[in-house]
Design a protein around this ligand. Sequence first.
Ligand SMILES: Cc1ncc(COP(=O)(O)O)c(C=O)c1O
Length: 380
Amino acid sequence: MSDVSWDDVRLEFPVAAETVYLDAAAVGPMPNFLRDAAIRAFTERQRPWSDAGVKIRARAQAAFGRFLGVDPGAVVFLANTTDGINAAANALDWQAGDEVVVHDRDFPSNLIPWLRLQGRGVQVRAARSEDGVLTESAIEHELSKRTRLMAVSHVFYQSGFRIDLAALGQRLHRDDILLAVDGIQALGLLQPDLTHVDFYSGAIYKGLCGPFGLGVFYVDPSVADRLTPDRVGYGSLNNPAMPWDGDMPYRAGSQRFQAASVNYPALHAAADMLEYLEAIGFERVTERILELAGRALARLAELEGIRVVTPRDRRSRLGIAAFQVSGLEAEAVAAALSARGVRVAARDGNLRASFHIYNNDDDIDRLVQAVHAVAREERG
Ligand SMILES: Cc1ncc(COP(=O)(O)O)c(C=O)c1O
């Protein structure tokens, strides 16, 4: 399938025939074959004695393992990205005076679980981004001898800026600082380099175009064995005997976080989508998304009164093209674009067009024409 045409891919996504959908960074639209996966999964449940659950969990772990470049046994399924961030934040043995560094404009789910640690005497320091870009020096400014962990999004939801996980992780590990990554804005779109990442959390309803209610969580094996999971159940322990004496021999590695059953129908969707993207070629998918967003950024930058926010350098972005229309509120522009059949998001002062493999150059033309018309109209 590596030679599949993008026109054929587009046909799998009914949304593409209906509207110019540039909002996968909010919710990825479901392709036909994933809707069919749900029917398959629920049909399986009509015979609940089968081992279908065990099989689909293993298949999904294997698919995520290949995408993330990690051991499938280290992949855990939780409810969503936020769930994984909380699992990480609550599992470490925090000491009063420990410090955590966050990105001041990160998505709330990657701030609130860390900020709550202040109640345990942890100090949270915010590295300040400029125009949505978090620089090395802004991070360096907040690091200290007390820093134990930095939490950051791989791709920032508001500006589309992509941080270099390998470089950041290497820098932090030099001082034994852990790196926790919110990966949801890149999951399915770009294989992350997790060599120097300790925690990774995402969900399948954006880039993987799946249903809500399934998160993927990874912990580096060298870290996982030191952690006390905040959620425990029959899946967490090595020894199924009841720990009446309070002694909890947790399962090795990240599986200690897999306390119980998971969302099996959603696992079908995740495995099917990952295998579909893999058959196209993960790198080819990333290339396509980078190209579409790059073309949109270049075209928007040529328009009068438009300020492009997302960095143009390919290594510092992915599928998001964020911009502003001078003198206009982002929400008003997003509503006017929607009325013209172009769906983008307004996020924290920016307009955010986000691209996926079902988009094409016609969508970019329609976006640029609509932005041009709205900007001109509103200026009178
Ligand atoms: C960067 C980022 N993190 C977390 C979330 C929330 O994800 P979830 O619903 O999977 O917890 C979002 C949703 O928009 C997001 O953009």
